[in-house]
Design a protein. Structure first.
Length: 160
């Protein structure tokens, strides 16, 4: 009997799979050394995507701000830095998939940056594609070492 071939989920399927999330947990173990005491919310992928969708043209958000919004929403001390970043990447790739199919109403993932306004090289097309999309919306992107970052980030952040 032939083994069943595993079919890879699309990015949009991964985005839609909440896997029992969100959950709020007590901060423990190695995490407490870095993040202190309290609780951490592990968001659902769609929650991260919804926040990213609300960022208007000309404005930006960072993973840090998304984490703060999620923590406030769930009454947690912090939003999980690891899963929030992973889910932002999934949302970006899901939007890239939809765009490749000709869809126009996609999550504007290029407006979501890493800490300090650094562009995300893991987004569709890499940091170069994100740079082009941001510049098209009027943002000034500058070299920051080997990476790119948005100049005047504080002036460009969307209100939380």
């Amino acid at each position: 009997m032939a083994a069943k071939a595993r079919v890879r989920k699309s990015w949009r399927e991964k985005l839609a799979d909440d896997k029992g999330l969100p959950v709020v947990k007590k901060i423990e173990g190695t995490m407490s050394r870095r993040w202190g005491e309290g609780t951490v919310v592990i968001p659902a992928p769609r929650e991260v995507d919804e926040i990213m969708k609300k960022v208007p043209s000309g404005k930006l958000i960072t993973i840090k701000e998304i984490r703060e919004i999620l923590a406030k929403k769930h009454g947690a001390t912090i939003g999980c830095p690891i899963t929030t970043g992973i889910f932002a990447g999934i949302a970006a790739r899901a939007a890239g998939e939809a765009a490749a199919e000709g869809k126009k109403d996609i999550t504007p993932y290029w407006r979501t940056l890493k800490t300090g306004g650094v562009l995300n090289e893991k987004y569709p097309g890499g940091a170069e594609a994100q740079k082009r999309l941001l510049e098209k919306e009027g943002h000034k992107v500058v070299a920051k070492g080997k990476k790119f970052a948005v100049a005047d980030l504080e002036k460009r952040l969307a209100p939380a």
